[in-house]
Design a protein around this ligand. Sequence first.
Ligand code: CDP
Ligand code: MG
Length: 633
Amino acid sequence: MATTAWSQDKHLSSVNLAMSAQQRKDLQAFRNRLPIFSVKGHLLTEIQKVKTAIIIGETGSGKTTQIPQYLYERGLISKQIAVTQPRRVAAISLAQRVATELGVNVGGKVGYCVRFEDVTSPETKIKFMTDGMMLRETLLDPLLKRYSVIILDEAHERTVQTDILFGVVKAAQRKRTEQGHHPLKVFYTAQTQSDYMFASIVTLFQLHKENPDRGDVLIFLTGQDEIDAAVKMIRSVARDLDHSLPRITVYPLYAALPSHQQLKVFEPAPQGVRKVVVSTNIAETSVTISGIKYVIDSGRVKAKVYNPNSGLDLLRVVQASKDQCIQRMGRAGREEPGTCYRLFTEREFERFRDNTMPEIQRSNLASVVLQLLGLGITRVFDFDFIDPPSEELLSSALIELQQLGAVEGIPDADLTPLGKQMLAYPLVPRLAKVLLLASTHGCLEEILTIVSMLSVDSVMVNPTNKKDEAQAARDKFMSSEGDHITLLNIFRAHKAAKSSKQFCQCNFLNGRNLSTATSVRKQLRDICTRQGLEVTSCGRTTTSVRKCLAAGFFMSAAQLQKEGEYLTLASNEPVSIHPSSALARSKPAVVIYTELVKTTKCYMRDVSVVDPSWLTEAATDYFRRKRLGHVNT
Ligand code: CDP
Ligand code: MG
């Protein structure tokens, strides 16, 4: 058998060598015509972001032969790529095919391994093998250390061997992450911690006293406010430390931080000083800081959670998944043995979710359902989602669309003409409705600006030590009508200042996000004109702008109570205006908001004053059904 295979290979290699320049060109052209070629860049980007990817495509589209070559060509592979096949003949013929495409001999860069036949060499980078051979290898090397990437092909066949391989490879993946490059010690708390932020600081100083040697510390907390507070507290405790202990320098790290401040975390601390970085989950995978020896993991993360009962899409602190905790742990000991302190008990950890919940199972699905209906899939409850969202989420999405006037006839829903129009805009249905209304109210220019500003990360920069100064600098943009008009003012002023860098600096604005908003606006405006909407401006009188916002966000309205706090009209839940809002002090009777954040309280962010009659006019039925007709003026 082996001899036959070799003679075949020799034959093949002579074919390779004999291949003319024209044949090579044709082969390259053939590769570039395969369907997978058109998604090559995107595919490689996505693959690099995750530890495991599932790739689905038509037979013959080039998955098996092209993906290993793409990875290899990009230099993404330090060791070998294994591609498993349920059938022996497939493993052999694929190796031959790929070798031909690369213009090399089988057994060189490309090889295969099937029972009784190992046609590979130390040079081999791409190795096709049967499931059985892979299983055998895992017995000898459970961590599968010789591979950088393992592709389990034809996984949909669900043969017993492939199914077992799934488990084995997954275990190897987990163990490899756990091991890191150096031995890692993991400590759990003996008891549940009620205040993880406080616990993280106590842990930090404890480890600092016990291990005053070098080795930097990375603390995982959840969001900007919490991190700023922790950094402040650490600085103040560090000032009073025993002088015999090394000094501490501490940096915050989160997405909204200005980039020059983000870069600080990468600078090594001076000799004899311990660096401490307090970060959100961005240091989990996106950012790697060298020199970290200790990780303190709060076991929490800020995530978007949608509550179908109240209709609130909330950013709030939730438990991290096991996968996330393992990632965090792996951030320690990249260069020397490390330690991870978990601020939860081992029992608690066992009950954490295995992986992060797919966003589809925890977000407002109004956009998804609108798209499905647009595709003619009217029975959304029967749709075969990979990770099916709960029925509750689906029906609340349908109801929201009905309330917006986008669908009728639930549960076998149909799009209304308004719903069909909304499909053309890459926006959540509420914003799409606001946009459509604005064209009839003569304020589309303004709404386009506001919608674009809401679509990008915050344009305001709030350096921890200059919060008041920043707020004061932006005071001139603040509108008594609320934050949406404030955003409009900022955008207009930025444009009038010709997008100058200096303007952004003096006013504590993020130029990058503002220019993204400008480009989003241009794209949206193009769509509007293509759809035949009239793009006109209302000038300085912006009442109609707020009227349109009210008509899209009547489900996110709140009313002031006697005690000075607000209740949502939709579900009577207590909410407050965020201290950074333009309306934080004036506290108008009725407001709508476009974002809600939960920290210690539920805060409305991006708030506008509205006239209650606008709400009832926009959604008469909704307020009658909710018996909220009593909204007082
Ligand atoms: O994995 P998938 O079914 O997506 O496709 P593939 O096996 O990578 O094959 C891509 C194309 O390469 C096929 O459409 C065939 O035309 C060609 N091919 C071949 O000529 N000889 C082989 N042994 C394998 C593939
Ligand atoms: Mg295939």
